[in-house]
Design a protein around this ligand. Structure first.
Ligand code: HEM
Length: 476
């Protein structure tokens, strides 16, 4: 490609940004802090800090330097960073006509403009309700067996007979397989393997600077996204034919979405919306739960008391059932100690670092003006580490969650809050509890690498993916 064309690709957005800045000088009352150089701003600083496991410190240093509300430029957009309980409440409860969800340009270009993250108002409600009809507990109850089958098969294939495994890539494979089977009805085989390959390429460039230049992560992601969309289009076509032949609408998420009809008896969710939201769920559902399970496994290896408590609870459940029986919804309800361990893991290592909103008009917040069209950047970790609510915040202590009512609202936000609170919460809970049940009752393990660090890319990943030595207690 011609170098001048490449340069113009790079410079065009910079010129347009400079021109639009000259037209619209930010008000005197915008929060303090530099916007940095156009397009790049502070993006590289934050991305580097994430990869060096210093993102929390990077954020805290900014807060110390510029105060609780400051401006910066992230991923090509002027951004206001706010934190604390009041800030979380402000973000999660703001009127949708004043503040909409905002993804970085790269996420929007890769996942598509009809995914839930890009929708607002009635469109958001309509698509979210359709997804929730599949992801709500009453519906998920019927799929515990299917999730369990994937977990049993995974352990047989990747853990049984092995002495050493690397946890994070295996948990990504497991959660991806659960999603493929349960949400998209794609069974094991060549098609699932192709999905995995394109999907991994797609996800790699999601948090990058959105300049589409060949050989960059972003460029590879965009290409992979186009291939995933094509595969999904074919899949939807096949499922439509199956439904017309009388197949059950409750096979998987896609058949469920295709079957929901509006008052006019037409499909309530368009084909584009199905494709874009299926891609969103692939990303939102697999990178998060896999991280949670990985960090629980690391914690259980490091903390014998917590391991003993979780093992006791899971052994009791196992011994109360005939051998080989599937877990029931009631069994999951008895896994209270295990879920408290998961909640404390989510507090200390939240898989989602934070998110963005966009102002639809000038908004006044704490005496400052956040101009129309700017991003608002919220982060999960700041209130999770607030010692007013979580004494000795660096200590791992699942007992904090024995009485959830003692935690004031908007302090504990691993799943976000308000109208956009994570709709996959129950799904994540089921896959985490069932996986931990099988792991602690079937295996013992110890860490091969005692380095307790991790980097964010953008989800947290332990050093070397968490290699462990395992011993099987008995054959599955
Ligand atoms: C431990 C696991 C998970 C964590 C920590 C997590 C966390 C989050 C967070 C922080 C948000 C953003 C909320 C906001 O912007 O206010 C979110 C949104 C979302 N999550 Fe999850 N998530 C998890 C698992 C899942 C799973 C398993 C699925 C799907 C099966 C899922 C689907 C979604 C979707 C579709 C959204 C967008 C909701 C909207 O914009 O209305 N998540 N999640």
């Amino acid at each position: 490609m011609n170098i001048f064309f490449l340069l113009s690709l790079l410079l065009l957005p910079i010129f347009s940004l400079l021109i639009s800045r000259r037209r619209r000088q930010p008000s005197e009352r915008v929060p303090p802090g530099p916007l940095g150089i156009p397009i790049i701003g502070q993006s590289l600083g934050l991305l580097w800090a994430m990869r060096a496991n210093t993102a929390e410190k990077w954020i805290a240093d900014r807060a110390k330097r510029y105060g609780p509300i400051s401006k910066m430029s992230l991923f090509g957009k002027p951004t206001v960073f706010i934190h604390g309980q009041a800030a979380n409440k402000f973000v999660f409860t703001s009127d949708a006509s004043k503040m909409s969800n905002q993804q970085t340009e790269s996420v929007k270009m890769i996942l598509g403009d009809r995914c839930l993250l890009e929708l607002s108002g009635e469109d958001h409600k309509r698509v979210r309700n359709a997804l929730a009809s599949f992801l709500k507990p009453d519906s998920l109850k019927n799929y515990i067996g299917k999730i369990e089958e994937e977990i049993r098969r995974h352990l047989q294939m990747h853990w049984q007979g092995k002495h050493r495994v690397t946890v994070l890539p295996l948990m990504k494979t497991l959660t991806f397989n659960i999603i493929c089977s349960l949400l998209f009805g794609v069974e094991r085989g060549a098609r699932r393997d192709t999905f995995v390959q394109f999907f991994q390429e797609m996800i790699e460039g999601m948090w990058s600077i959105p300049v589409n230049i060949p050989f960059t992560r972003f460029n590879r992601s965009l290409k992979a996204s186009a291939k995933v969309q094509k595969l999904l289009k074919d899949l939807i076509h096949e499922k439509r034919i199956e439904l017309e032949k009388g197949a059950s609408p409750h096979q998987d998420l896609i058949t469920c979405l295709l079957s929901i009809r509006g008052e006019d008896n037409l499909e309530l969710v368009s084909e584009h919306e199905i494709i874009h939201n299926v891609m969103l769920i692939m990303v939102a559902g697999h990178d998060t739960s896999s991280v949670l399970i990985t960090f629980i496994i690391r914690l259980l290896a490091n903390d014998p008391n917590t391991h003993a408590a979780v093992l006791k609870e899971q052994e009791e459940i196992k011994n109360s059932k005939p051998s080989g029986d599937y877990l029931t919804w009631e069994d999951l309800g008895r896994m209270k100690c295990t879920w408290r361990v998961a909640m404390e893991t989510l507090r200390t290592v939240p898989p989602v670092f934070g998110g963005f909103r966009k102002t639809l008009e000038d908004i006044e917040y704490e005496g400052y003006i956040i101009p129309k069209g700017w991003q608002i950047f919220w982060v999960t970790s700041m209130t999770h580490m607030d010692d007013k609510v979580f004494p000795e915040p660096s200590k791992f202590d699942p007992a904090r969650f024995e009485n959830p009512a003692s935690i004031p609202p908007y302090y504990y936000i691993p799943f976000g809050g308000g109208a956009r609170i994570c709709p996959g919460y129950e799904f994540a809970k089921i896959e985490t509890l069932v996986t931990i049940h099988y792991l602690v009752t079937q295996f013992t393990w110890k860490l091969c690498c005692n380095d307790n660090c991790f980097r964010r890319d953008p989800t947290p990943a332990p050093t070397q993916g968490l290699p462990i030595q395992i011993v099987s207690k008995k054959a599955l």
